[in-house]
Design a protein. Structure first.
Length: 253
């Protein structure tokens, strides 16, 4: 449920959230920033996706397959992955999933859907990244009370995290909406998605950074790149992008 990685910042490290099946847009964004895929077995640049790879957009399977096949692309679970996995259980009601963008699965062989969702079900709930002396946490929506990253990840490691806290970590919206100041302890910054930010600008609350730029709409989003120095948002370079209707190209704003 939790993975720890110590990373060499010699190559670039990118973060985005909630791509929701927008595989073509994701590919265009990575091309525009010059993302360096693995070469001769060496991982160069890395991309971390903060969950919700599926539903709403046109190509959920392609994003999951990219995470599965490319060793430079990492992902954590979002509420849509968990919702889909629950819906695909025997005799489960799929209406909630379909209502939230899961109808795509009806056009894919059921065996292929199950296989890919089995992969998604085994993705981590959270990551801790050690980069150049900075500790950066990744979780889809929120850190359960008492907002202690060390305690949260230890429960994940021990598999003692309650079902309520598992749900909270991928579904919560209350902290995003009502808590502008609380700090998650024992971590320098926590990147989160799930809650769409306004104005294509990352939202900082305490040491929490929200980066869901509504990529599900297919023409916009946010991408962050780690950089040395600074605190919280200062640890990252923020790229905001829009697809231009006239040229179908990307515009950085």
């Amino acid at each position: 449920m939790h993975e720890y990685l110590q990373l060499d910042p010699h190559y670039d490290i990118y973060f985005l959230s909630d791509p929701h099946g927008q595989y073509a847009l994701l590919q265009d964004v990575l091309k525009e920033v010059g993302f360096r895929y693995p070469l001769d077995g060496e991982i160069r640049d890395r991309l971390f996706i903060l969950g919700d790879m599926i539903d709403r957009g046109p190509d959920s399977m392609a994003i999951l397959k990219a995470v599965q096949d490319c060793p430079a692309i990492y992902a954590i679970q979002g509420n849509h992955e968990q919702m889909a996995c629950s819906a695909m259980k025997d005799n489960a009601d799929r209406s909630l999933w379909i209502m939230n963008g899961g109808r795509w699965h009806e056009d894919v062989a059921i065996a292929d859907v199950r296989k890919m969702l089995d992969f998604a079900a085994n993705l981590p709930l959270c990551y801790t990244l050690q980069i150049n002396g900075h500790r950066i946490g990744l979780v889809h929506a929120a850190v359960p009370a008492p907002c202690d990253w060390q305690q949260f990840t230890q429960c994940c490691n021990d598999r003692t995290l309650s079902k309520e806290d598992q749900y909270y970590a991928v579904w919560d919206r209350t902290v995003f909406t009502h808590d502008e100041h609380s700090v998650v302890s024992h971590i320098d910054a926590v990147l989160m998605g799930h809650n769409i930010v306004s104005g294509l600008k990352a939202k900082v609350s305490g040491n929490r950074v929200y980066i869901d730029g509504a990529m599900s709409m297919g023409d916009r989003g946010l991408l962050l790149k780690y950089r040395r120095g600074g605190e919280v948002l200062g640890l990252f370079q923020v790229f905001s992008f829009l697809r231009e209707e006239s040229t179908d190209g990307l515009m950085w704003i």
